[in-house]
Design a protein around this ligand. Structure first.
Ligand code: GLV
Ligand code: MN
Ligand code: MN
Length: 414
């Protein structure tokens, strides 16, 4: 019996590439800050392209800032197999969230090349633009446009905290990436497989190497704008004040009570809170805060998300409030036959696995709209993530890349 294609996966090369990418946007405290479309994000894409081209892969990019590397197949008319994740990070992000899925995909192509295999379908490695949604909210912009879930014009209008629009950041990135040919926004894909770190503690706790992702829990995001009036901290009376911060605090308190779930299944997060003018002796005239709400049951997510606006209005006091929903994604389940491919490949390689629900969001959510999709998880130490301390092992990284390789080969040969 000949050795499996995945035996050509190199743990050392895969690990070394993680270390090299972690230098781009490295923070002083051991993490990375490589937010979407920043010079660091673009530099990471260029590094990826350099590695892919050294392997003979063709680079391309689309108008949504997604970057692709193509490993040719023998049948140019056959729809490609797509694999990858993202290279952008949270402002205090770790070295593996997203990066792992892109580098494992590239490593799978390295293994396929080293084995001398040319599958029928071409394999495309993708780095999606702005998965994280920290600089430009909401995230998963590149995959949403690719899948036709959002229009390019809609994402182009989104601004960061400095007022820079996605449209102008995309144009700047396109200049830096101008040597890479532009391709049409395409959706003709045979199947998509995304590898990712678990971002939770279960695989490590239960001693399993591979998570066969059953689906992704639903998520809704909102932006709440509270409008009050600036006034002097010493002279204005309580009756006159329209204090946006006090109103926002009342809203947050009421929301926190309504969103409390004894079972801890519902996830309610206010991760961004900004006060205007943010001066010690001025009654705040404005507050903006974000809401990230998640639950695996779509009915619960719908009911609670729909309650947010009324709760904010009921607690606005003398201020005005507007609630804008930025994204609304229900829970999804990946196709059983795609999950079976991951289980079968893990079994064939003797690698332990378990089914697992993704409670984090991923680009696979949107690609799932256009083709059969699946996700492979590997353990993440103590589940620590969106944190500079995020850590994985080189062995788990390689094991996941091996399983990914076999799944991709199976799809690309079909
Ligand atoms: C992705 O980064 C998420 O917030 O789930
Ligand atoms: Mn991620
Ligand atoms: Mn993330």
């Amino acid at each position: 019996m000949s050795a499996p294609i995945s035996s050509y996966v190199s743990q050392e090369r895969l690990w070394h590439r993680h270390e090299q990418l972690a230098l781009i946007g490295a923070t002083a405290t051991g993490g990375v800050n490589r937010q979407a479309l920043s010079p660091e994000d673009v530099a990471a894409c260029l590094q990826l392209v350099e590695w892919g081209q050294a392997l003979g892969m063709q680079a391309s990019r689309d108008a949504a800032g997604n970057v692709f590397l193509t490993l040719p197949g023998s049948d140019a008319d056959a729809a490609p197999v797509l694999t990858g994740s993202h290279l952008d990070s949270q402002p205090t992000g770790g070295k593996y969230d997203g990066v792992y899925g892109v580098l494992a995909a590239l490593e799978a192509c390295e293994a396929i090349r080293a084995a001398g295999l040319t599958p029928r379908r071409r394999i495309e490695v993708v780095a999606w633009m702005n998965e994280e949604g920290s600089r430009f909210a909401p995230g998963m912009m590149g995959s949403a446009v690719f899948a036709g879930v959002r229009r390019l014009a809609d994402i182009e209008a989104v601004q960061d905290a400095q007022g820079v629009r996605v449209g102008s950041a995309l144009r700047e990135a396109a200049e830096a990436l101008s040597a890479i040919p532009l391709r049409p926004l395409g959706r003709d894909v045979f199947g998509y497989v995304e590898a990712h770190i678990e971002q939770g503690p279960l695989l490590e706790r239960l001693g399993k190497t591979i998570g066969v992702v059953t689906g992704i829990q639903g998520k809704r995001t909102f932006q709440v704008q509270v409008q009050g009036e600036a006034a002097h901290a010493g002279t204005s009376t309580r009756a006159e004040r329209r204090d946006a911060l006090m109103a926002a605090v009342a809203m947050v308190g009421a929301l926190n009570v309504r969103m409390h779930d004894e079972l801890d299944v519902l996830k309610f997060t206010i991760g961004r809170f900004s006060v205007v003018p943010n001066a010690p002796s001025v009654v705040p005239s404005g507050v903006m805060f974000s809401i990230d709400l998640r639950h695996p049951e779509s009915a619960v997510l719908l009911e609670l998300g729909d309650a947010i606006e009324a709760i904010c209005k009921a607690n606005a006091g003398p201020c005005d409030v507007s609630v804008k929903e930025l994204s609304k994604a229900m829970s999804l389940e990946f196709p059983a036959d795609m999950r079976k491919r991951i289980r079968d490949s893990s079994n064939a390689l003797g690698i332990s696995h378990m089914d697992i629900l993704s409670t984090a969001g991923h680009d696979a959510r949107y690609v799932h709209e256009v083709c059969p999709s699946a996700m492979v998880f590997i353990p993440c130490h103590k589940g620590i993530t969106h944190n500079e301390e995020e850590s994985i092992t080189a062995q788990d990284a390689a094991a996941g890349a091996k399983v990914l390789t076999e799944v991709l080969v199976g799809l690309a040969l079909s």
